[in-house]
Design a protein around this ligand. Structure first.
Ligand code: ATP
Ligand code: MG
Length: 145
């Protein structure tokens, strides 16, 4: 791989498209694996991007996941046009979930998605506007500090 190379891309996410759950995060994982990135870094990026993707599919009508891979880090920006998150701190609390019963029956809604994103990334920023949508951006460092 060219050390100076930056790889970018985007996936479009459709709300309630449960048939394609995990497609974006799996594709990102495959790209990282193909680039020969350390297994643990790939695993962390796959977990964080899967949780972000799931939240867009469950809670919003649509969104997109953009990624940028540089020699130093993986940056993922996930934007949606959903209802927004009223209290981000509360939403970040382990076990907090507003998932409806049918989502819980599918095995989601344990309120661990956002805490898992936090745990598996080096930087996480979330901004949200009620009635407009949510943007979350996270970075996973490739080079160990
Ligand atoms: N993109 C979003 N738009 C609106 N609300 C969201 C969004 N993402 C998360 N939330 C809110 O934050 C809560 C916590 O999210 P989190 O991902 O931690 O848990 P969960 O999705 O409920 O369960 P799990 O991720 O464990 O399946 C959600 O239940 C929902 O109320
Ligand atoms: Mg979630």
């Amino acid at each position: 791989m060219n050390a100076k190379k930056t790889i970018e891309g985007v996936f479009f996410l459709t709300g309630k498209d449960f048939a394609n759950v995990g497609v974006a995060s799996s594709e990102l994982k495959a790209i990282l694996e193909k680039m020969g990135i350390d297994h643990d870094i790939v695993r962390r990026a796959a977990i964080a991007s899967f949780e972000a993707e799931m939240n867009v599919i469950i809670y919003t009508p649509a969104g997109m996941m953009r990624y940028k891979i540089t020699p130093d880090h993986i940056k993922v920006i996930v934007e949606d046009i959903g209802p927004g998150i009223e209290d981000i701190e509360l939403a970040m609390t382990e076990g907090y979930s507003t998932a409806p019963d049918y989502i819980r029956e599918m095995g989601f809604g344990s309120g661990m998605g956002l805490p898992n994103i936090k745990k598996n990334t080096n930087e996480l920023k979330i901004s949200s506007k009620l009635g407009a949508g949510t943007t979350r951006e996270f970075v996973i460092n490739i080079k160990k500090e």
